[in-house]
Design a protein around this ligand. Structure first.
Ligand code: ADP
Ligand code: MG
Length: 332
């Protein structure tokens, strides 16, 4: 059973960034206003997500890391929205199977926190009391150590995995309103560096200035497109000729209802429209698609980063029309 579980887990948790993504989303789901991501050796040794969310109630400790345990089903009115958000109770159980999971947590109903350790099959092996403010800390040590081949590959590619993670955390830092996001990395000789640090502002403008810098912000213009009655795109886009992206995908961030996703087709479309208007560099994009949950499906890939719109054709057409207007010569 456990081998099958490890192989399947390898599909849910594909790499460092999908692991951290699951944990950050758990913190957001728990209503956290502060999320700290602390890496050791770029995540190779360990990663830790510390939040000030609602915490986990002691009733849930035993089942917490078992496959398909989720506390979130009751929050959703119908199965459609449930499958769309992909709350499947798989992240913690997968992480257990792939590395060493510990959790420290405290809800408002407890005066002390609990420190929990789990084995690779998700069983709670040790529970003790500890001091901690309300919230949750999830630590994963030695990701992929249970899969030797994958583990070697992980170590070999750690800088690339780390780069992908930083860009994902930048995406959260841009979109998460009122949530302070800090990421630090501690390397061998205990030198700790701050990778990302936001104030938890309520405006995307402030977040862009913090994450991308004021120089970049001044070269952007706000974007607000109404695709249909129920679909809108909000964000910021490079002004004509003022893009400073170094390559395709550089500083291009896409979200659906505030959750980071990959949108290679839309990236390509905007790049093309930008090029016909002007210079050699790439446009910077921060685009949040606000759509009803019924209009898309995020569950096509295990890490939920690819999404499918049910009416992609008309979305692409409207987007092209609106962005052509921005990048057509008469606009400037
Ligand atoms: P899911 O998010 O799909 O429910 P997970 O495996 O990611 O499944 O998490 C299992 C359960 O653990 C969640 O439903 C939630 O009750 C609890 N949980 C995990 N992380 C946190 C956190 N940071 N704060 C509060 N509860 C958490
Ligand atoms: Mg989760």
């Amino acid at each position: 059973k456990s081998v099958v579980h490890r192989i399947c887990s390898g599909q849910v948790i594909l790499d460092l960034s999908s692991s951290v993504k699951e944990l950050v989303e758990n913190s957001l789901d728990a209503g956290a206003t502060s999320i700290e991501i602390s890496l050791k050796d770029f995540g190779e040794e360990s990663f830790k997500i510390i939040d000030n969310g609602c915490g986990i109630s002691p009733n849930n400790f035993k089942v917490l890391a078992l496959k398909h345990h989720t506390s979130k089903i009751a929050d959703f009115p119908d199965l459609q929205s449930l499958t769309t958000f992909g709350f499947r109770g798989e992240a913690l159980s997968s992480l257990c199977a792939l590395g060493k999971l510990t959790v420290e947590t405290r809800t408002k109903n407890e005066s002390v926190a609990s420190h929990l350790t789990f084995d690779h099959s998700g069983l709670l092996t040790c529970e003790k009391k500890t001091a901690r403010p309300i919230g949750t800390t999830v630590t994963v040590e030695k990701l992929f150590s249970t899969l030797p081949v994958r583990g070697k590959e992980f170590s070999r590619n750690i800088r690339r995995e780390y780069g992908k993670l930083v860009s994902l955390l930048n995406a959260y830092a841009l979109i998460a309103k009122g949530v302070r996001i800090v990421c630090t990395n501690t390397t061998g000789k205990n030198t700790k560096s701050v990778v990302i640090k936001t104030q938890g502002s309520n405006s995307m403008k402030d977040n862009i200035i913090t994450v991308l810098g004021n120089n970049i912000f001044t070269c952007l213009e706000p974007l607000s497109i109404s695709i249909s009655d129920s679909c809108e795109v909000e964000g910021f886009l490079s002004k004509p000729g003022q893009g400073s992206g170094r390559k395709l995908g550089d500083k291009q961030f896409f979200f659906v209802n505030g959750r980071p996703v990959d949108m290679p087709k839309i990236s390509k479309l905007v790049n093309e429209l930008y090029k016909t208007s002007s210079s050699k560099q790439y446009p910077i994009m921060v685009m949040n698609f606000i759509v009803p949950t019924r209009a898309y499906d995020v569950n096509v890939t295990p890490d939920k980063r690819k999404i499918f719109f049910s009416d992609e054709g008309s979305l692409m057409r409207s987007l092209r029309e609106s962005i052509e207007k921005i990048y057509s010569p008469s606009h400037c």
